[in-house]
Design a protein around this ligand. Sequence first.
Ligand code: SAM
Length: 289
Amino acid sequence: MANLGNLTNTSEILQKYQFRMQKKYGQNFLIDTNILYKIVDAAQITKEDCVLEIGPGIGTMTQHLAEAAGRVIAVEIDKDLIPILEETLAPYDNVTLLHADILKVDLQELLEEHNEGKPVKVVANLPYYITTPIIMELFESHIPLISITVMVQSEVAERMQVGPGTKDYGALSLAVQYFAKPEVVARVPASCFVPRPNVDSTVIRLTRHTSPPVEVMDEGYLFAVIRASFNQRRKTLVNGLVNAGNLGVTKNQVEEVLEQMDISKTIRGETFTLERFAEFSNRLVLKRG
Ligand code: SAM
C-alpha cells in the first residue's frame, strides 16, 4: 500500500482529486506514520476484531486498520472524499465504506447489518466540532462496544479524566467514567496534521466497563440529572434541576432528597462525584411524578 501518512503522498492525492478541505467538517488529516502505528497499537486490534472508524478522511488510518483487523466499517460525511477513499481502499476487501453522518446513523442497525451485531472497537481521529456528541452517542446507544480509541483535542481528553473540584469536570467526565476506563495513549503536536489545528491533540483509549462502577435504577434519568446540574454551572443544584423542567420533581422534593442525604440545599452539582450522583438520582427517581 502507498503510505498516506506523510505530507507528500497526502498532498499528491488531494491534488489529483482537486479536493478542498472543509473546515466545517473538522478536517485535519494525519501525516505522521508513527502516530498511526501508536493509535492502531493502543486499540489492540487483531484479525478477530471489527473496527468502526468515524471520519476516514482520505483513508490514511483506514489502511492500517484494514491490515490489522478482520473487518473495518468506515463512515464518512463528505461526499467529495468518497472517490478518493474508493481508490485508497481498493486493495482491501475487508472494508465497508459508508457515506453518512455518524450522528444520523442508526448504530445498532449498522452493526447488525455489517457485523451481525457483534462487539466492535471504535477507532478514529475525530472531527473536533462534534467529539462530545459522538462519544455520548456511542455510549448511550448501547451498541456492543469493547473500546473507543480516539484522537481528541487535549482539553477534551482532560475533561474525560478529571473528578470534582476542577474547572474541566462536567457531564462528559461523568459519562465517560460511568461507561469506561479512560487512559491517555499519546500527546500529538499540531505538526502531525494537515492543515495544522489550532489546538493540541491527545489520543485516548476508553475501555468499556463490563458493568458500571455504580448501580442506578434508571440510567437515562441519571444522565438527565447530570446534564441539568451542569447546564447552569453558577446556579445551585436545586435551581439547576428545577429549571431544567424535564425531571418530574418539584423544588421541595429535590430539597427533601438532599436533606435525606445530609447535604446542604445550596450545594452545586459540580461538587458531586459519580457515586453521589448515582445515589441522588436513585432517590429522586422514587419521588418523581
Ligand atoms: N481519519 C482521517 C485522518 O486521520 O487523517 C481524517 C480525520 S479528520 C480529523 C475528521 C474526519 O471526519 C473528516 O474526514 C471529516 O470529513 C469527517 N467527518 C466530519 N463530520 C462527520 C460526521 N458527522 N460523520 C462522519 N464523518 C464526519
